[in-house]
Design a binder for this molecule. Structure first.
Ligand code: FAD
Length: 486
């Protein structure tokens, strides 16, 4: 039989469940990636993720050819609506089955249902597999058989269940000879960005399978101190592997398996990192089991439905505050540094995601969904489930979220997590001359301090767009509808 491997968020040739299955069951396997127009068309012409994907496809194509031992093998890449293109290609290549790994975003599930129907009508099967998580959907449940909505018991159940999991890679080599040559008429393997209407964007981290393994190697030297360093944005504490987990250039079995082994040997850093990977799966299963949090057309709703009654600021004043937040000119240096890091690199440190998100909804009084959309547009590692979960954590509307009356003080956070101001100075250079408390809250600086640092408040750097203490009071009143409903 012949098969078609459809790559989506699993851009690697090794330890890939659907690929391993296709090779095992089919005598001839073609491989395709479709730059899916419904996803790509609304994006700005310069998008770091599209650059990341293209670079990763070049490496995937190379890896497939090496695996097949044939220069004629490799990836077929298309730029079209995947929902039409995949069934069309499957018919054209005369395959009996299409193989793919799960993508549980609501829009992807809807697309796949359409593909399945079209394939079935043509007598072609669609086989899909779990690949991007250790556990998915309803695999980890409470004793009552219901999905978890609290993290700690979920983590406990996850860890217990993981004892029975085989973290070994799904071997593709034994059947690699099944990889078919690309039909000669199919042209260049991976199109240039310009051919799909995009411009190259600078990436802050290396892409593709090679980039993932470089970062993983580098992180292996730092993982034991992860728990101590991870909260300080000026330090190289985290792994920066988010984007690789998002596009599957890194296998979750490899990442979680290594962390688990190292944690078992007593590494507190590895245990903490594994916990973060479990948070990722926690939010995946929230999205899968509580479908109201995000719908296929991109709308998000509070996990705790009563939070949708909150009235957020609206109108031109609110629009101006939102623009100040997006552009990193709120007058709160740590928030601004965070937002500028996001805009200029596509990355934002986890501590800062929490601070910036809390600031949007609890200092500016703006709907968390506007922030969620902004992050979705810019984050290299944008993951619908984690982004929605993170925003709902910060706005208190989520499962296991920050309580609504707990409100981050952006200045205290700044003093605690960027004490010497190294991170702020990197992204808000106009304040570099300020020292100590003044750097965290320039409006409290004396005119002599400001003059010495060459900072004219309101000209070189904005005055705060809101007063935190007053905003805090407004927020407590705003959230009172939730208390009333509880
Ligand atoms: P590391 O600290 O090295 O963590 C390793 C991996 O664990 C991450 O790559 C990620 O896959 C996972 N992880 C870590 N923390 C979390 C978490 N709290 N929730 C879920 N998974 C986690 N993460 C995303 O992957 N995509 C998003 O779109 C996203 N949006 C967020 C929005 C907000 C408002 C908040 C507060 C958090 C968000 N996170 C998101 C979670 C977290 O901030 C990032 O995963 C992390 O900063 C990525 O950097 P890293 O790869 O260096 O992480």
């Amino acid at each position: 039989a012949a098969g078609l491997m459809w790559f989506r968020r699993d851009l690697r040739a090794h330890d890939n469940v659907a690929l391993a299955q296709a090779l095992r069951h089919c005598a001839r396997v073609h491989a395709v990636f479709v730059f899916d127009r419904p996803i790509l068309d609304p994006l700005p012409r310069q998008d770091r993720r599209v650059s990341f994907i293209r670079e990763s496809l070049v490496q995937l194509d190379e890896a497939l050819r090496t695996l097949a031992g044939s220069a004629q093998a490799g990836l077929i890449v298309r730029h079209a609506a995947a929902a039409d293109e995949v069934p069309r290609l499957a018919r054209e290549l005369r395959v009996q089955a299409v193989f793919a790994n799960h993508d549980d975003e609501p829009a992807a599930l809807a697309r796949d249902a359409g593909v399945r129907a079209a394939l079935t009508a043509a007598g072609i099967a669609l086989h899909t597999f779990k690949d991007h998580t250790i556990f998915e959907r309803r695999e980890v449940l409470t004793q009552a058989g219901t999905p978890f909505s609290v993290f700690t018991p979920y983590q406990r159940a996850w860890l217990a269940k993981a004892d029975d999991v085989d973290f070994e890679p799904h071997a593709v080599e034994p059947h690699a000879h099944a990889l078919a040559d690309r039909p000669a008429t199919y042209g260049r393997p991976v199109p240039l960005l310009s051919e799909i209407g995009f411009e190259p964007a600078a990436l802050p981290i290396p892409a593709g399978i090679e980039g993932a393994s470089k970062l993983l190697e580098n992180f292996a030297e730092r993982i034991d101190r992860y728990h101590e360093l991870r909260d300080f944005p000026a330090l190289r504490g985290p792994s920066y592997l988010g984007v690789h987990l998002r596009f599957g250039t890194l296998s979750i079995r490899q990442a979680a398996g290594a962390a688990r082994q190292r944690a078992a040997r007593g590494s507190a850093g590895a245990a903490t990192w594994l916990k973060e990977l479990i948070w990722r799966e926690f939010y995946f299963q929230i999205l899968a089991n509580f479908a109201h949090v995000a719908d296929a057309s991109g709308g998000s709703h509070s996990f705790r439905r009563e939070y949708d009654a909150i009235e957020w600021e609206r109108g031109p004043g609110a629009d101006a505050l939102f623009a100040a937040w997006c552009e990193g000119r709120t007058g709160y240096p740590l928030v601004d540094a965070a937002m500028r890091q996001l805009a200029s690199t596509g990355y934002m440190h986890n501590r800062l995601r929490m601070v910036a998100a809390s600031f949007l909804c609890k200092d500016l009084g703006l709907d968390w969904r506007s922030g969620e959309r902004w992050f979705a547009r810019l984050l290299n590692d944008f993951e619908l489930a984690s982004n929605n979960g993170g925003w709902q954590w910060a706005s208190s509307s989520g499962c296991d979220a920050q309580p609504w009356f707990r409100i981050f003080n952006p200045v205290t956070q700044s003093r605690r997590f960027d004490t010497d101001g190294r991170f702020i100075r990197r992204y808000v250079p106009e304040l570099a001359g300020l020292e100590g408390a003044a750097l965290h809250a320039p409006w409290t600086a004396s005119s002599a301090q400001l003059a010495q640092a060459g900072v004219r408040l309101g000209l070189d750097y904005p005055r705060p767009v809101v007063d935190h203490a007053a905003a805090r009071e407004r927020t407590l009143r705003r959230y009172a509808v939730v208390k009333a409903a509880a």
